[in-house]
Write a protein that binds this ligand. Structure first.
Ligand SMILES: Cc1ncc(COP(=O)(O)O)c(C=O)c1O
Length: 513
């Protein structure tokens, strides 16, 4: 039961009057299994100076589909039911853990689809030319996520043969698959060419290998030339974590802009290569709009240059990079604002250069899938260091979320089974791995928690599963897709047999004969 003595209920949002009005810090509280039939109330979580996990629910009064997912901490469908438990997509998080075990990635289909739709529709609304949104599948490459993105009309950006294979198997049309990477193998390039994907040439080796493949008769099995885009470093720096800055000149990605004349000359001399356009990406988890404004000018100049060499280049790809909310301190622009900025900057740059509008592509990853997923863990051991720190250990860690240890990323955590309980303790959420740095969240605010309690970490859809490992031979978690109270497994939990699938024990080391 919800403990209304600790939270005061205010103005009903859906026609039920549940109590006194408290205008301070209201959160939407949904109860009931089915959102359509559920009643909702406005609940103040700040009453009596007591904070609870309810504070993480959205404050937005906007309809679900119009809220920009990247500006939310929890998936759009997050709600709390009458048992005070967190629900995502109409499914109770604690019940999902009972059924599927933990750690568990819980992916909210509605949030992912809303982000895809908002990107697609915003580009259609603000760009008078042709546009195409791609999903940067490095954020989370699996069949279900690629299939959902494709069903919303998105193409897919891939960076390896494995990601190409996944996108193709998910049913994505190869002419909407763009193949990136700073060190593509000949075999990967051949796969991209034969399947009819577009290759984003990152360096001379890519171009030379593609030209050689063309000369030796390798071409798309569906007919048509080898389509390439040219990636260059635009020289725009962003205030983001240095490991994920890719737009500065000192970057392993893309051609030096000063070499573009030679690049376009080379391509113009290759009969098998068809240059569709130019690409640049300036970084990730970016909250500023200005760099994208600047990028439009630089990229249109590069396109003009390509055309001046007689290349049939009519596409530009401005990359991804829009940030998401990991904590309340994060305040990224909305998908709509990002798209509007880019579209108007491209239109203005084209007017200045007197260039017909190119086809405009972008390739967000994090802002499409990041907010859609919550990772659920079960609390295990606890270590109290008096006067210093309390560690609560969970059954996952750096193997399912390597971002804290890699990028010092900060997350929030909720007790999924007692959402309105006061946040009375400050604890450090430790992973189970044999690494002192395997800490998921420092100084997390939680209610009293014990072994067996389920914790939910929001904003874990991007670069979590895709960067997961088997460190310490821990099987990778399962992932489930939730929608309207229905749940489907999209990635099975790894088994110990899976861990040994590729191991071979030579006979002389004791293998059974
Ligand atoms: C070339 C390229 N495109 C797109 C992306 C996706 O970026 P984000 O997930 O920040 O949108 C990345 C990520 O690093 C990238 O390197």
């Amino acid at each position: 039961m919800l403990q209304f003595d600790r939270v005061s209920v205010s103005q009903p949002a859906c026609g039920m009057n549940l109590g006194a009005t408290d205008p301070i810090a209201c959160r939407q509280l949904y109860t009931g299994k089915d959102r359509k039939d559920s009643y909702c109330a406005m609940v103040s979580t700040q009453s009596f100076g007591v904070e609870s996990g309810l504070k993480y629910l959205s404050e937005s009064q906007q309809a679900l589909q119009t809220r920009s997912p990247n500006q939310e901490l929890l998936p759009l469908t997050a709600s709390v039911n009458s048992s005070d438990r967190l629900e995502i997509g109409g499914c109770e998080v604690t019940a999902l853990v009972e059924q599927f075990g933990s750690p568990l990635y819980i992916l909210d289909e509605e949030t992912l689809r809303a982000a895809c739709t908002q990107y697609r529709d915003a580009f259609k609304r603000y760009y008078p030319g042709e546009s195409q949104v791609l999903y940067a599948s490095k954020a989370w490459s699996c069949l279900a996520v690629c299939a959902i993105a494709a069903s919303e009309g998105l193409g897919i950006d891939v960076v390896s043969a494995g990601e190409i294979y996944t996108a193709l198997q998910a049913g994505v049309s190869p002419d909407k698959i763009y193949f990136h990477g700073n060190n593509k193998s000949r075999e990967e390039l051949r796969l991209a060419v034969e399947s009819g994907c577009i290759t984003v040439a990152d360096n001379w080796r890519d171009l030379e290998t593609l030209a050689e493949l063309g000369e030796s008769g390798v071409s798309s099995l569906t007919g048509g030339p080898t389509r390439v885009m040219v990636r260059f470093t635009p020289g725009i720096e962003c205030h983001t974590h240095e490991y994920i800055q890719t737009g500065q000149i000192d970057s392993k990605f893309g051609f030096d802009p000063n070499s573009l004349d030679r690049v376009f000359t080379f391509i113009s001399q290759q009969p098998s290569l068809f240059c569709v356009g130019v690409h640049a990406h300036i970084g990730s988890q970016i909250f500023e709009l200005q760099p994208h404004d600047d990028l439009a000018e630089v990229i249109i100049q590069a396109l003009t240059k390509a055309q001046s060499y007689g290349l049939p280049a009519t596409e530009i790809n401005i990359g991804g990079g829009l940030g998401i909310r990991y904590t309340e301190a994060d305040d990224p622009p909305s998908i709509e604002d990002w798209a509007r900025t880019i579209c108007s900057a491209v239109v203005a740059a084209c007017e200045r250069q007197q260039l017909p509008l190119p086809k405009l592509l972008c390739e967000p990853g994090r802002s499409l899938v990041g907010t859609a997923c919550v990772t659920a863990y079960t609390v295990g051991s606890q270590k109290v260091i008096p006067g210093m720190r309390t560690y609560l250990a969970v059954d996952g860690g750096m193997s399912d979320n390597p971002r804290p240890i890699t990028y010092q990323s900060v997350y929030r955590v909720l007790a999924a089974g007692k959402m309105s309980a006061p946040l009375t303790q400050t604890v450090t959420i430790a992973g189970k791995h044999c690494e002192s740095g395997d800490v998921l969240i420092k100084d997390a605010k939680l209610p009293e928690c014990h072994a067996g309690d389920v914790l939910a970490v929001p904003a874990t859809g991007a670069y979590n599963y895709s960067m997961a490992s088997n460190y310490n031979r821990v099987p990778r978690p399962a992932a489930v897709l939730v929608r309207n109270g229905e749940v489907n497994t999209i990635i099975q939990r790894e088994t110990y047999q899976d861990l040994l699938r590729l191991d071979r024990l030579p006979e002389r080391l004791g293998a059974p004969k």
